[in-house]
Ligand binder design. Structure first.
Ligand SMILES: Cc1ncc(C[n+]2csc(CCOP(=O)(O)OP(=O)(O)O)c2C)c(N)n1
Ligand SMILES: [Mg+2]
Length: 416
C-alpha cells in the first residue's frame, strides 16, 4: 500500500470497512433469530471494494448497489437502521416493508438507484443516469457494480457498448470474487482478466487488488475523475474472493479448502490495520475508540429497527399501482437554461444523410418508397405500398453504377 491520502481519508476508509463488517455481522445474528425476511448475502472479505469505490464519489454522484455492496450504501450516507429494517421488512424501512435485502434507493437526496435483480440491468440504467446528468449539466458520475458471473450476461455487453458509444460518465466495478454461485470463473469465461472485456468496447480498464482498500480507492478516484472530465466510461476489475456461500443457505462446500485458506490470510481489514499501524495512523487506543463508536451506533440502530412495527395488513394494497399525482413526481433539476437543452436549440443535425430521404410524397399522402436503381413506369403508377411490393421489371438501360433514388409515385420521376 502506498501513502497518498490524508489522515482523515485513511481513517474514513477504515471506519467504513469496519462498519460494513459489523452491520453484516449484526444481520447474521438477526437472521439466526429468524428476524430477517428473505435471503441474506455477505460481502465478507470484499468490503474494500464497496467502500474504496464508493468513497471516490462526490455527494452529487449516483450509485446503484448490487447484493454485496452494503458498504457502498453506508459510505453514501444510508443509516444502518435502514439496512436492518429493509432486511426485516419493517414499516419504517425505506420501502415500508414492501421489499427486502438491499432493494431500496433514494433518488431525492442520496442519489441511490435501487438494485435490479436481473444481473447486468443496472449497467444500461446507470448509463442513462450518467447521460441524463450530462444532459442537465450536472457534471455527475454514475457508478454500479457487477459480479464475474454477471459480466457474462447479454445486458452487460449491450449496456457497456451503449455507455461506450455515448461516452457516458459511468464507472463500472467488476467484482471478480472467483465464484458465481457454485461456478468458478474459469468454467464460465475463457479470460484470465475480466477487465479485458472493456477492449471489445474501446474503453479503458484497470485491474486492482480488491483486498487493498487504498488501491481500490485511488483507482476508482482516477476513473471517476476521468469519467467526469468527459473521457467516457471506465471498467475496473477488482480481484477478490467470496468468503461465504452465495447466501446464508449455501455452505459453499464446493470451494477448495486451499483457495479459502489463501484468501482468508488476505483479509482486507486485517491487511489495512497492519498498514495503518505501520504508518502510525492507528494505535490500540484509537482502534478501541472506533470499535466502541461502532458498537454504540449499531446497538442503537438495531434497537430502533427491532422496535419498528411490521407493516399493517391493509398496507399491502397500497402503492402497488401508480395512482396519478402521487407517484412519478421526480422532476429534473435543470442546471443549464432549459431552452438550451431542449429542442430546437438542442437538436443536432444528423451526421449521415440519404439524399431525398423522406422527402418525396406518394399519391396516398405518405412518404414515397425508396428504390435502389431505376424504377419502372408500371410500378410508379401503383400506390405506395403496391409499388413496393410489385415485382420489378428489368430496367431498359442498366445504370453504369448503382445509384440511390427516391421515387415520387405521383410524378413518376426519380430524383437522384
Ligand atoms: C440475469 C440473471 N441470471 C441469473 C440470476 C440468478 N443469480 C443471482 S446472483 C447469481 C450469481 C451471480 O454471481 P456473480 O455475478 O459472480 O456475483 P456474486 O454473487 O459472486 O457477487 C445468479 C446466477 C439473476 N439474478 N439474473
Ligand atoms: Mg462472483
Amino acid at each position: 500500500m502506498k501513502k497518498a491520502l490524508t489522515r482523515q481519508q485513511y481513517l474514513d476508509l477504515y471506519y467504513y470497512m469496519r462498519l460494513n463488517r459489523a452491520v453484516e455481522d449484526t444481520m447474521v445474528k438477526l437472521f439466526r433469530q429468524n428476524k430477517i425476511v428473505g435471503g441474506l448475502y455477505s460481502s465478507l472479505g470484499q468490503e474494500g471494494i464497496s467502500v474504496g469505490s464508493a468513497y471516490a464519489l462526490e455527494k452529487k454522484d449516483w450509485l446503484a448497489p448490487m447484493i454485496r455492496n452494503i458498504g457502498a450504501l453506508l459510505v453514501k450516507g444510508v443509516p444502518p437502521r435502514d439496512v436492518f429494517m429493509q432486511h426485516m421488512a419493517k414499516y419504517d424501512s425505506p420501502t415500508k416493508g414492501k421489499d427486502g435485502t438491499s432493494h431500496f434507493g433514494d433518488l431525492e437526496n442520496l442519489h441511490i438507484v435501487s438494485p435490479i435483480s436481473m444481473l447486468g440491468d443496472l449497467i444500461p440504467v446507470m448509463t442513462g443516469v450518467a447521460m441524463a446528468g450530462r444532459y442537465l449539466g450536472q457534471k455527475i458520475v454514475a457508478m454500479t457494480w457487477i459480479g464475474d458471473g454477471g459480466s457474462s450476461t447479454g445486458v452487460f455487453h449491450e449496456g457497456l457498448n451503449f455507455a461506450a458509444t455515448q461516452r457516458a460518465p459511468f464507472v463500472l466495478i467488476l467484482e471478480n470474487n472467483q465464484w458465481a454461485y457454485s461456478t468458478p470463473v474459469r468454467r464460465q469465461v475463457p479470460l484470465e482478466n475480466l477487465a479485458d472485456r472493456a477492449k471489445a468496447y474501446g474503453i479503458d480498464s484497470y485491474i486492482v487488488d480488491g483486498n487493498d482498500v487504498v488501491a481500490v480507492y485511488t483507482t476508482a478516484k482516477e476513473a471517476v475523475d476521468r469519467a467526469r472530465a468527459g473521457e467516457g466510461p471506465i471498467l475496473i476489475e477488482a480481484k477478490s474472493f467470496r468468503r461465504l456461500g452465495h447466501a446464508q443457505h449455501d455452505p459453499a462446500e464446493y470451494v477448495p479448502k486451499e483457495m479459502r485458506k489463501y484468501w482468508e490470510a488476505r483479509d482486507p481489514i486485517a491487511l489495512y490495520e497492519k498498514f495503518l499501524t505501520a504508518e502510525k495512523l492507528l494505535d490500540a487506543k484509537s482502534k478501541k475508540e472506533m470499535e466502541e463508536k461502532i458498537d454504540a451506533l449499531l446497538s442503537k440502530e438495531r434497537d430502533f429497527a427491532e422496535n419498528s412495527p411490521m407493516p399493517p395488513a391493509e398496507f399491502a394494497e397500497h402503492g402497488v399501482y401508480c395512482t396519478g399525482d402521487n407517484c412519478h413526481k421526480i422532476a429534473p433539476k435543470w442546471e443549464r437554461p432549459k431552452a438550451e437543452v431542449t429542442p430546437p436549440k438542442s437538436s443536432v443535425a444528423a451526421v449521415w444523410t440519404v439524399e431525398g430521404f423522406g422527402a418525396g410524397k406518394g399519391s396516398g399522402g405518405g412518404n414515397a418508397p425508396i428504390h435502389f436503381g431505376d424504377t419502372t413506369a408500371s410500378s410508379a403508377q401503383l400506390g405506395d405500398n403496391e409499388a413496393n411490393l410489385a415485382p420489378k421489371a428489368p430496367a431498359k438501360k442498366a445504370p453504369k453504377k448503382p445509384v440511390r433514388a427516391v421515387q415520387s409515385a405521383a410524378s413518376g420521376k426519380a430524383r437522384r
